[in-house]
Design a protein around this ligand. Structure first.
Ligand code: MG
Length: 246
C-alpha cells in the first residue's frame, strides 16, 4: 500500500510510486505500474472530513431550508471514508439513504486561521466526494452526526488532482447511468477560499484533511444494488455500489 502519482495519457496511465507521503517534496521509488493493474484506495486517510451544508441555493430550496447566513459546517468521521470502487453499506438503522455529489478540497499543509488570499498555499488538490446521508435520521435528530457518519458514507476519489482551477467545474452525479445532479462549482454560495478560511478559523487543519464543499440540487435516494457515480470536470469519476449491510 503506497501513494503514487498518476501519469500518462487516457488509456495509457501508469502510476509512479511515491516513497512515504505525497506532501512537500515528493520522493519517487522508481517503481511504475499500469493504472489498470493497481487497486486504488481512498486517496487520503484524513484526520477529519469537514463538510459544508446548504452551499448551493437550489439544494437548500429543494429540502425546504433557507440559505444560512454563514457556512454551516459539520464533521464526518475518518472511518466513513472509502475509495473508488468500494461498496457503500446500507445501514439497518435507516430507510432513506441519499447520495450527495460534491467537490472535495484536500489540505496539504498544517494550518489554522488562514486568510482568504493565502488559502491557495494550503490546498494540496481536489477530488470527488459523495456525502452519503441517512436523510430520515438527519430529519429526526437535532444535528447531523448520526446521519452522516456511518462506515462507508464518505466515498472519496478516484484520485486527487493537484493542478486545477476549481472555480467553475461541471459536477454530475448519476445513479445507474441516469443523471441526477448536474451543476457547476461556480454556483457555490461560499467559494473555496471563503470555506477554507472559515473552517481554519475554527480548527487546525492537517495535511490530508478534506473539506466537502456542499451538494447541488437533485439529491435522492439510493437502493441496494444501485451504482452511484460522481464526476467532476478535470478530476475524474468516483463510482460506488450500494450493498446490503448483512
Ligand atoms: Mg453534503
Amino acid at each position: 500500500m503506497s501513494f503514487g502519482v498518476v501519469e500518462g495519457g487516457p488509456g495509457e496511465e501508469f502510476i509512479s510510486t511515491v516513497s512515504g507521503h505525497p506532501f512537500g517534496q515528493v520522493q519517487f521509488t522508481g517503481e511504475r505500474q499500469p493504472l489498470s493493474q493497481v487497486r486504488l484506495l481512498a486517496p487520503m486517510l484524513p484526520s477529519k472530513v469537514v463538510a459544508i451544508g446548504r452551499n448551493y441555493a437550489d439544494h437548500a430550496k429543494e429540502l425546504g431550508n433557507e440559505v444560512p447566513e454563514e457556512p454551516l459546517i459539520f464533521l464526518k468521521p475518518s472511518t466513513s471514508v472509502i475509495g473508488d470502487g468500494e461498496a457503500i453499506a446500507y445501514p439497518a438503522l435507516s430507510d432513506r439513504v441519499d447520495f450527495e455529489g460534491e467537490l472535495a478540497v484536500v489540505i496539504g499543509r498544517l494550518c489554522r486561521e488562514v486568510p482568504v488570499d493565502r488559502v491557495k498555499d494550503v490546498i494540496f488538490g481536489y477530488t470527488c466526494a459523495n456525502d452519503v446521508t441517512a436523510r430520515d435520521l438527519q430529519k429526526k435528530d437535532v444535528q447531523f452526526t448520526r446521519a452522516k457518519s456511518f462506515d462507508t458514507f464518505c466515498p472519496l476519489g478516484p484520485w486527487i488532482q493537484t493542478d486545477l482551477d476549481p472555480s467553475d467545474l461541471a459536477l454530475t452525479t448519476t445513479v445507474n447511468g441516469e443523471v441526477r445532479q448536474s451543476a457547476r462549482t461556480s454556483q457555490l454560495i461560499n467559494d473555496i477560499p471563503a470555506l477554507v478560511a472559515y473552517v481554519s478559523a475554527v480548527m487546525t487543519l492537517i495535511p490530508g484533511d478534506v473539506i466537502l464543499t456542499g451538494t447541488p440540487a437533485g439529491v435522492g435516494p439510493l437502493e441496494v444494488g444501485d451504482e452511484v457515480s460522481v464526476g467532476i470536470e478535470g478530476i475524474g469519476t468516483l463510482t460506488n455500489k450500494v450493498v446490503s449491510r448483512d
